[in-house]
Ligand binder design. Structure first.
Ligand code: GTP
Ligand code: MG
Length: 325
């Protein structure tokens, strides 16, 4: 692009754009002032003044104001939503009105493995696309994503983190629908709500994740036909092992034979796995040959296990950061 004087502009350089804006602004101011002087010195007839001079003056007044952006002050209405330093940032999303969505899409009761698989696939896409998520846990129509406590992604702005997670998850849910439901059509666009919660210690974060996993137990109890209040009343004071026994004998649920996916939900973490790939190598003789090469790659791996006890955390000591950060 060339200007009046034949110089070449490169509009991809921000400084050039700023200079151009300043020049346009100054030209507008000068043009407007000149018009006003002309209007004063030469006493144009009423028609020329109202039909030409005034509209032109207005146009340049508007342009000069826009260039200066008198509207810029509205930026000050934005509130600061930076998440507190050193805290784990948890984004939990939940399917909107999935009671109806499950019915309309004929989800099998009580658990639909296609639906659970699609939730996990979408969560995997969130972890692979967004930075700094160290662990994610999901069950039913919800998923929680934990950002590492020292993350500086998007300057730790809660709204940015939450909306990125929720929109990436929602678009993935639609994108991968066919992979799990085949020819069964998606009848309408599903939605997910999101929230951000901060946890200042490893202890609090583990309690949070335990709370979400324990929720699955109560969902199973409800499927046995009792309300949560009735079930809590009946199971009050019993030990974990007894709870399973009561579930089995009284509510006709064999908790231990339910698949781990239904009992424990899905935990996603990053793990290093050795991968063997075939590489085409040229030998000194000039001949080409496929040679097996092993390399270590980080991958998102799914687990359907207990995350309330110590075992999982002992087996994966790198998921959580030190409390002394
Ligand atoms: P809001 O989240 O408040 O918008 O309502 P919701 O209808 O989504 O309820 P909630 O999130 O509390 O519960 C999730 C609901 O999704 C369950 O109550 C079930 O009705 C449905 N759901 C989730 N997973 C499955 C599944 O695998 N099979 C079936 N049949 N239903 C499921
Ligand atoms: Mg829901």
């Amino acid at each position: 692009m060339f200007n009046y004087f034949g110089c070449k502009y490169d509009y991809s350089i921000p400084a050039v754009n700023v200079c151009v804006c300043v020049c346009v602004y100054n030209m507008c101011v000068v043009f407007r002032s000149t018009l006003m002087l002309i209007g004063k010195d030469f006493r144009f007839g009423g028609r020329v003044r109202s039909g030409v001079v005034r509209p032109l003056a207005c146009l340049f007044t508007g342009l000069s104001n826009m260039a200066k952006s008198k509207f810029e002050y509205v930026r000050n209405f934005e509130t600061d939503d930076t998440c507190l330093r050193n805290c784990y940032i948890v984004v939990r999303l939940d399917g909107r009105n999935f009671h109806k969505f499950a019915e309309q899409h004929k989800f099998t009761k009580p658990n639909d493995n296609r639906a659970l698989g699609l939730m996990t696939r979408s969560a995997r896409s969130v972890m692979e696309e967004l930075e700094d998520i160290v662990i994610a846990y999901g069950q039913s129509d919800e998923f929680s994503f934990v950002f590492k406590r020292t993350s500086t992604w998007f300057k730790r702005r809660a709204s940015k983190l939450m909306t990125h997670v929720t929109s990436q998850f929602s678009s993935s849910y639609v994108f991968y629908w066919k992979e799990f439901f085949g020819e069964q059509p998606l009848l309408y666009p599903p939605g997910f709500d999101g929230r951000v919660v901060l946890y200042p210690s490893n202890h609090n974060l583990r309690d949070y994740l335990s709370w979400r996993q324990a929720d699955l137990f109560w969902t199973l109890v409800q499927k046995g036909g009792l309300t949560t209040v009735q079930a809590e009343d009946r199971l009050k004071g019993t030990l974990a092992a007894d709870k399973n026994e009561i579930l089995f004998s009284e509510f006709d649920i064999n908790y231990n034979t339910e698949p781990a996916l239904h009992r424990k939900g899905t935990t996603l973490i990053w793990e290093k796995r050795d991968e063997t790939v075939l590489k085409r190598m040229k030998l000194p003789s000039g001949e080409e040959k496929d040679v097996a090469a092993t390399r270590s790659r980080r991958r998102v791996e799914a687990h359907h296990c207990d995350i309330i006890g110590e075992r999982f955390w002992e087996d994966h000591p790198n998921v959580l950061e030190d409390d002394n950060c």
